[in-house]
Design a protein. Structure first.
Length: 183
């Protein structure tokens, strides 16, 4: 039995769950999310105990893998509709900055043109200042994916450390080209 999959998911008050036609809908104060789990996985909603349970039909390899995955996805959805997931990025480099206008994030990170990224639906992007980006979403996958797309525009380089990095990320620095003395 999967250690993660066999744990029931506690659902707090203020989160509404409906399971119908193989679709799980979760509604909370931060948004609405839905999941179509694999047909082999059975999701049961116990409204009296306020618990979601995921069961699998047998111990085949695929079903064992899907068991824990489905439970984790549902648990992340329950957490996300209560408190949104958050990723923080920082931009380092002289003249590097970000500007948010009309749902488009404009990044000036050393290229000839600014890079324009449209903020996906369900994701909130904020700029406390022009070198920090805060991404929030009830959907954990959407939050992390948009943060990864932003970071990929200009990943931190190891020599001067310029680029876009997650807040608190440590970039291993390299020594530059050593001066070769004359003979």
């Amino acid at each position: 039995m999967s250690r993660i999959g066999k744990k029931p998911i506690p659902v707090p008050d203020g989160v509404d769950i409906t399971v119908q036609n193989g679709t799980v809908n979760i509604k909370g104060k931060q948004g609405d999310l839905s999941l179509n789990p694999h047909p082999n996985m059975d999701v049961d909603w116990d409204s009296d105990a306020r618990e979601l349970k995921v069961t699998r039909p047998n111990d085949q390899r695929e079903n064992r893998a899907l068991h824990g995955l489905t439970r984790s996805l549902l648990n992340n959805m329950v957490q996300g509709v209560q408190n949104p997931f958050e990723k923080r990025l920082e931009i380092q480099g002289v003249g590097y900055n970000a500007v948010l206008s009309d749902g488009v994030l404009n990044l000036s990170v050393g290229f000839a043109n600014t890079v324009q990224l449209r903020v996906p639906d369900g994701v909130i992007c904020e700029l406390p200042d022009n070198t920090h980006i805060v991404i929030r979403s009830a959907d954990k996958q959407a939050c992390g994916q948009f943060a990864a797309v932003i970071r990929k525009v200009r990943p931190p380089e190891p020599y001067k450390g310029k680029g876009i990095r997650y807040q608190g990320e440590h970039v291993k620095r390299k020594a530059g080209k050593a001066f070769a003395g004359g003979k």
